[in-house]
Ligand binder design. Structure first.
Ligand code: 8YV
Length: 333
């Protein structure tokens, strides 16, 4: 990746909008272009260098000045960086997931964190449905079949699996999980869920564990937040419970699934297929998955539409402006 970060010596010392409020803003990692433009222009933000020696020099020189960090959910403010920012007073996160940020340290230090909920719910749920339909009906595999000339050469494409009317389990029935469930109601699916807590009044069948949920359904859709609490929740046992005719869809975080266990289950045909938008070590995708027609792989594009990214940028900047104005965040986590 090209490093566009300025060298410490090029960092602006006059800080336009933030200066008036006594705040110094730090951009951590690459962010959405609209956010980036506002940070560099209106907010005169500093930018954290991405390579090690420059980063250390930068933090040594400017770490104590920084009061607000703006990051994307992919990079976040990790343990080490947060420690190097002793006067940090807020973290503004682009994205609904904030598992790349050390939330425990932020809570301990009383540093509020904002994210961008709601505005991306529909697009992420749409992506889950796209993966659901693709992996069961084998749409991407069939597209490759036509492009390879196999339709003409060998005749009909092998039969797929019916997507309507399936028993589907949602792991994590939050905003996005509920939006996925609503869409699947339209496909006549029977819905089940597991969640940290049972949801009063939910019309769907509750299961006390991920394993019990997997046992009860034909397709398991992962919509749980990432982070230490959910790490490896979908393990080898859960995949065994899903069974050789079961499918997995993950639009949440790669960390929620034990990826080596998933790869073996797919390679050995112990589950039928998977639709994956997220991976444990993005952008790395296990090579064994690339040869499997039973797997659909996407480059973490869940919220990736022009409209939704604009809305996420607007909400990120709204949080930043609100914090600079009166110390409050519009959408704190
Ligand atoms: C973004 C996401 O791609 O919001 C999230 O948690 O995973 C996606 O919408 C990502 O956060 C951008 O950094």
């Amino acid at each position: 990746m090209t490093n566009h970060a300025p060298a410490a010596a090029d960092v602006p010392t006059a800080l336009p909008a933030a200066a008036a409020t006594g705040h110094t803003i730090l951009q951590v990692g690459p962010v959405n272009p609209d956010v980036q433009a506002a940070l560099a222009g209106e907010f005169g933000a500093l930018r954290l260098p991405e390579t090690r020696p420059e980063r250390e020099d930068f933090l040594h020189e400017h770490g104590g000045q920084v009061t607000v960090a703006v990051c994307s959910g992919r990079i976040g403010v990790d343990t080490e960086l947060m420690r190097a920012l002793p006067n940090l007073a807020a973290i503004v996160n682009f994205g609904v997931g904030y598992d790349s940020t050390d939330i425990a340290q932020a809570a301990e230090r009383g540093i509020p964190v904002s994210n961008t909920p709601d505005v991306l719910t529909d697009c992420v749920a749409d992506t889950a449905l796209a993966l659901y339909l693709d992996v069961l009906r084998r749409i991407s595999a069939a597209d490759r079949f036509v492009r390879r000339g196999d339709w003409e050469a060998t005749g009909n494409f092998p039969l797929a699996v019916r997507a309507s009317g399936k028993r589907v389990g949602i792991l994590g029935l939050g905003r996005i999980g509920a939006a996925i469930a609503r869409r699947l109601e339209g496909f006549g699916c029977e819905l089940h869920y597991h969640n940290r807590r049972r949801i009063d009044g939910s019309p769907y069948a509750y299961h006390a564990s991920a394993r019990e949920l997997a046992e009860a359904v034909e397709v398991l859709i992962v919509a749980a937040a990432g982070g230490p609490e959910s790490a490896g929740l979908v393990d080898a046992d859960v995949l065994t419970a899903l069974g050789s005719e079961g499918y997995l869809v993950n639009i949440a975080r790669g960390s929620v699934v034990d990826e080596p266990a998933l790869v073996s289950a797919l390679v050995e045909g112990r589950i039928a297929g998977a639709g994956l938008d997220v991976f444990a070590h993005e952008p790395y995708v296990p090579a064994q998955l690339l040869d499997l027609d039973s797997v659909v792989v996407l480059p973490h594009l869940g919220s990736g539409t022009a409209e939704t990214r604009k809305d996420m940028a607007r909400l990120t900047l709204e949080n930043l402006r609100s914090f600079l104005r009166d110390g409050s965040l519009t959408t704190p986590v």
